[in-house]
Design a protein around this ligand. Structure first.
Ligand code: S3P
Length: 179
């Protein structure tokens, strides 16, 4: 196969917290030899604050606004045509973000069970969880959020991948073959 240097290779990963978007994204970008951007880390670097500090200071709605601006910036920058982006799990909460995502060709919704995600994000019930929504909500409330978001991820993505029982490197390989 002839590799086209100018070929667009923008892959976006969505899915609930703890599904493995960051790990899969990093492996995938490495395989493809393209840059990797994790939106949460990007936002923290841009704002000079942790996600928890941003939530503390300007609340979830303020964070969602920054998240939208960052997604727009990443998608608008011409040089970002070749890149893997892992999004924050709540990006689909914002209508404008969903509208941007549906315009892309390669948006993958990684789906695992709520229980698996919960085991990863609850981290044994740590008092200070770095995910503010886990601090602020009960397991039941998080499960409701997980359910409510399913149709939003489906709306915003081109492909849904059931990643139950799949290791991150296997998921990355499946996506690589699909691109
Ligand atoms: C959030 C998910 C987090 C982060 C923020 C809010 C959410 O990202 O953006 O804590 O609303 O689901 P991860 O999915 O990377 O944990």
């Amino acid at each position: 196969m002839k590799w086209k240097v100018d070929q667009r290779m923008l892959i976006i990963l969505t899915g609930f917290m703890g599904v493995g978007k960051t790990t899969v994204g990093r492996i995938l970008a490495n395989k493809l030899g393209v840059p990797f951007v994790d939106m949460d880390y990007y936002i923290e670097a841009r704002q000079g604050q942790t996600i928890a500090e941003i939530f503390d200071q300007i609340g979830e709605s303020g964070f969602r606004l920054i998240e939208y601006q960052v997604l727009r910036e990443l998608l608008e920058a011409e040089e970002n045509g070749r890149m893997v982006i892992s999004t924050g799990g709540g990006i689909v909460e914002t209508t404008e973000c969903r509208q941007l995502l549906v315009q892309q060709d390669q948006v993958f919704y990684l789906q695992d069970t709520f229980e698996t995600s919960w085991q990863r994000i609850n981290r044994g019930g740590l008092i200070q969880n770095d995910r503010p929504l886990v601090n602020a909500n009960s397991k039941k409330q998080m499960a409701a959020k997980y359910e409510r978001r399913i149709p939003l991820y489906e709306e915003a993505s081109n492909y849904r991948l059931d990643v139950r029982r799949m290791a991150a490197h296997e998921t990355a390989e499946v996506i690589r073959k699909m691109c």
